[in-house]
Unconditional design. Sequence first.
Length: 82
Amino acid sequence: MRGFKRTAVGVVALLVFFGVIIFILENQQPASLTFFGWHTPQLPASLFFVGALLVGLLIGPLLGYLAYWRKSAVLKRKLRTV
């Protein structure tokens, strides 16, 4: 069963990787972003989207870990009071 899970995760990771590569190759038109008066230079549109994807991949697990840590801290406090 562990081998199947590893293979499934590998296949999904490869699909995401190839999807991102195809997305990058298909979105090469230049774009510029303006955010709170801050302007970016003209870069390929795919660069902004892939950057947002990577930031999300970093922040998502961090928020999940913080929620888990907070939940375990609350449970520990409840167990101490019982």
